[in-house]
Design a protein around this ligand. Sequence first.
Ligand code: NAD
Length: 352
Amino acid sequence: MFTQMEYQGASDLHLFHDAATGLQAIIAIHSTALGAAIGGCRFIEYTTHDDAIQDALRLAKGMSYKAALAGLPHGGGKSVIIKPRKPFDRRALMLAFGECIDQLQGRYITAMDSGTLTTDMDAIAEKTRWVSCTSSAGDPSTYTSLGVIEGIKSAVKHLFDKDNLEGIRIAIQGLGHVGMAVASHLSMEGAHLTVTDINTSLMKTAVEEYKAKAVAPDDIYATDVDIFCPCGLGGVLNKNTIGQIKAQIIAGSANNQLLTSEDGYALDRRQILYVPDYVINSGGLIFVALAHAKEDPQTIHHQVANIGKTLTQLFSASQTSSIPPFALANQQAESIISAAAFHSRDDRRIIS
Ligand code: NAD
C-alpha cells in the first residue's frame, strides 16, 4: 500500500468499514498544499480491494493536477465506496459515508462520480457539509461541456487561425451527459458533426436534432474530420487507434484519454494537437468547487470560460518549448503543487 502511495505521490489514505451498513470505503488524498482536497466519489464494483485502492490513489492525483491548472484553491482527492455484491441499503451506505467524510474535518470535499447520483450527495449532506453536487446545486456536466467548447475554440484558433466553428468537421465519440450537450453547442455554432455511441437511440437523437452523420463505434477514429472529440471512455488514444486518426485536433471530455504517456508523444510525432483532457474537462470540477464555495453562476461561468485562455497560453508555451501540451501541462501542475507545498507546513504523510 505504501509503495502505491509513494508511486502516486499521495499524502493520505483513509480506509473505513461500518459493520451495520456493510460500508467499505476509501478516501485517497493526493495533496492539500493548495487547499482542501476535492474530487468525486465512485460507487462501483471492484474485483479486489487493492484495485479499489489503486483506483482512488490514481484518480486523486489526477484531481490535484486538474485543480492546479484550473486555478482552484484545492488539492486532489477521490473516494470509492465499494459496491456490495449482496443486497444493500443505498441511503444507509451514503449516510455512513457522510460520517466518514465528516471525521476528516474538511480535509476532503466529495462530489458525484461514476455510479453516484445527486440524491446520494443529498444523503451525504445530512451528515457533513464537505459535499458538493447536491440536487439543489445542479449538474456539473453542463459546465464540463461549456469548458470543452471553450477548449475546442482555443485549439481551432491556434491551429487553423479561425475565430469560429462554422464549417469545422467534428467527430464526437460518446453522446452521454457531456457529449450530447457538446453536440448541441457545436451544431448551433455551425460545425458539421459525425457521431457515434454504443447506444443507438442516442445516435438517432443526434442525427435528428443536430443533423449529425452516424457511424459505427469502431469507425469513428478513421473518420475524415478536423477534430476528434472523445466524450466516452478513457484509454481511447492508444497504439491501435492513433494510426487511424485523420483529425488534426483531439479535444474532448473523456478522462485519461491517453492509454500511456508514450501515446501522447506518438500523437505529437504525427503533429496532431492533443488538448490535455484534465485541462479541457475541468469545467465540472470548477463548478463543484465554486458551487461548494457558494459562488454565483456568473462567477462560475467566467472561470469555466477561462479554460480557453489557459489552453491558449499552454499551446503557445508548447510551441516555444517544443514540449507537447500534455507533457507541459503535467510539468506546470507539478510545479504549482510543489511551490504551494513548499509554502505549506502541512507535509503530513498519514494513514488512518
Ligand atoms: P456518460 O456515461 O453520460 O456518457 C458516456 C457515453 O459514452 C454513453 O452514452 C456511452 O454509451 C458512450 N460510450 C461508452 N462506450 C462507448 C464506445 N466504445 N463508443 C462510443 N460510445 C461509447 O458520461 P459523461 O458524464 O457524459 O462523461 C463522459 C466522459 O467525460 C467520461 O469519460 C467522464 O469521465 C468524463 N468527464 C465527465 C465530466 C462530467 O461533468 N460529467 C467531467 C469530467 C470528465
